[in-house]
Design a protein around this ligand. Structure first.
Ligand SMILES: [Mg+2]
Length: 468
């Protein structure tokens, strides 16, 4: 059953709910065994989620309907941030440290509630020392905020993209922390951008529901895949309706030239091929390497160098002909601001779970719109496709108003663990209709992949570890 918006009765619309509990889990998938997700800097990722559930005193419960069709609005908020294995326990501990900001407090429902929660989570006077606004503590704030947005959107009976897209420009502006941004974007400018997009919202919502949002796929291009698998998956991607694929590069130039040539031959000249170095190079190395790959017409070079190196990205962009993209490891809105101010990127790649959740990503979407730079989100990993689709769809409806030159990354694995998985048809994400952030993993998947006690991990322990 596909839930239509008109079917949804906001749960507890007239009730005041309290967040009663906060559950944090270390969830890991042994993806390194297949080299899924392998790239020049991350050869053996075990895709993982530091996962948080906000429980409320609302009647009913989600457990019994999780995993069945027609999951309706519930009384829990689910969120997470993504890691690639070791350190996921550190993330979980950092999330646990934010418990007191949520438990025992009213369930967030409005823009004002979500704005206040964002500010409290990112400005804890002691935790802030560990950032500020970057790294583990910041990502932890993002996980909790994502769970809060899931909860608020569920209570409103709307998917997050629509929950956002139906807020007023004033509400949206109130969600952003403009501290450190006003030299590039003032609240008044943001308001003007959002007001200018307002008359077209209804039409674009209709087009989004009918046509979806363009996707590209990274599934063919993991560095650990052999040439045959690369060619086969590249051809399959085109047959599946994708107009862009992405290849990992940066380990060996001769290999990259061969793989890119094979991929180009497999997909033909009309399909875009992006390449991704995952921060492998210094500036000069990036320029040299990309100059060598340029004849195969890559559509962008992603993460050529350190995500902190704003001027380095500008130099790479100036020094070779391929367009530059970055963002999945950009720590916060301030670095995004500088990348845009410096003219360092052609594409901004937000990540749903790197910065402080929806609120900070809204700031980045507004900055990108101000500078006229397309946003093409990062969405490998586990659950990132599910989350970030909402942000791009909201951007299309209510911020940039455009899908031109914009694509959301898609990687076709681990979706089976989600109650409301991302759906891509004919190269386009289908707009989610179920309430919430599409963030909820199935209870059975959580139980199986809990680290280290879940059965998936117990089965992998060595005799030495188990004492047998
Ligand atoms: Mg990448």
């Amino acid at each position: 059953m596909t839930m239509q918006r008109s079917d949804v009765i906001p749960l507890g619309a007239h009730m005041s709910l309290t967040v009663t509990d906060f559950e944090v889990d270390d969830i890991r998938f042994p993806t390194s065994e297949q080299l899924d997700g392998s790239d020049a800097m991350n050869p053996d990722p075990d895709y993982s989620a530091a996962y948080v559930v906000l429980r409320t005193d609302g009647a009913g419960g989600e457990e019994h309907d999780a995993g069945t069709e027609g999951h309706g609005p519930g009384v829990e908020g689910h969120g997470f941030c993504f890691t690639i294995g070791r350190g996921n326990d550190v993330m979980a501990a950092a999330i646990e440290g934010l418990r007191s900001y949520v438990v025992g407090r009213p369930a967030p429902r409005t823009a004002a509630d979500l704005a206040a929660l964002y500010r409290s989570l990112t400005h804890d006077s002691q935790l802030r020392w560990l950032g500020p606004e970057k790294g583990v503590t910041h990502m932890a704030a993002g996980a909790v905020l994502n769970a809060a947005w899931d909860l608020a959107a569920r209570l409103a009976g709307k998917p997050v993209w629509r929950f956002l897209a139906e807020m007023t420009p004033e509400e949206l502006v109130s969600l952003v922390d403009f501290r450190y941004l006003t030299d590039a974007l003032t609240p008044q400018e943001a308001l003007a951008l959002l007001r200018a997009a307002e008359p077209g919202r209804a039409g674009r919502t209709g087009r989004l529901l009918a046509e979806g949002y363009p996707a590209y796929t990274t599934s063919p291009g993991w560095l650990g895949y052999d040439d045959d698998k690369l060619v086969r998956l590249a051809k399959e991607a085109v047959a599946d309706g994708f107009t862009q694929i992405k290849l990992k590069v940066g380990a060996d130039l001769d290999d990259d030239i061969r793989r890119l040539a094979l991929a180009r031959r497999a997909v033909g000249p009309g399909i875009r091929i992006a390449v991704d170095a995952n921060q492998r190079w210094d500036v000069a190395g990036a320029v040299e390497w990309m100059t060598a790959l340029a004849p195969y017409d890559p559509s962008w070079i992603e993460e050529p160098t350190s995500p902190d190196d704003v001027l380095g990205h500008a130099a790479v962009r100036a020094g070779q002909p391929v367009k530059v993209a970055t963002g999945e490891h950009v720590a916060n809105r301030v670095v995004f601001k500088q990348l845009l101010q410096a003219g360092a990127v052609d594409f901004v790649q937000i990540d749903a779970a790197r910065v402080a959740g929806v609120n900070e990503n809204l700031a980045v979407l507004l900055l990108a719109a101000k500078y006229g730079v397309p946003v093409c989100p990062h969405a490998g990993g586990v659950g990132l496709c599910e989350l970030v689709q909402h942000l791009s769809m909201f951007d299309y409806v209510a911020v940039s108003g455009s899908r031109e030159d914009r694509v959301i990354e898609y990687v076709d694995h681990l979706h089976e663990h989600f109650a409301d998985p991302a759906v891509v048809k004919n190269g386009h994400y289908v707009a989610p209709r179920a309430p919430g952030f599409s963030a909820r993993m199935l209870p059975a998947s959580l139980a199986a992949h809990r680290y280290p006690q879940g059965p998936v991990w117990q089965a992998r322990r060595t005799p030495e570890e188990t004492g047998r």
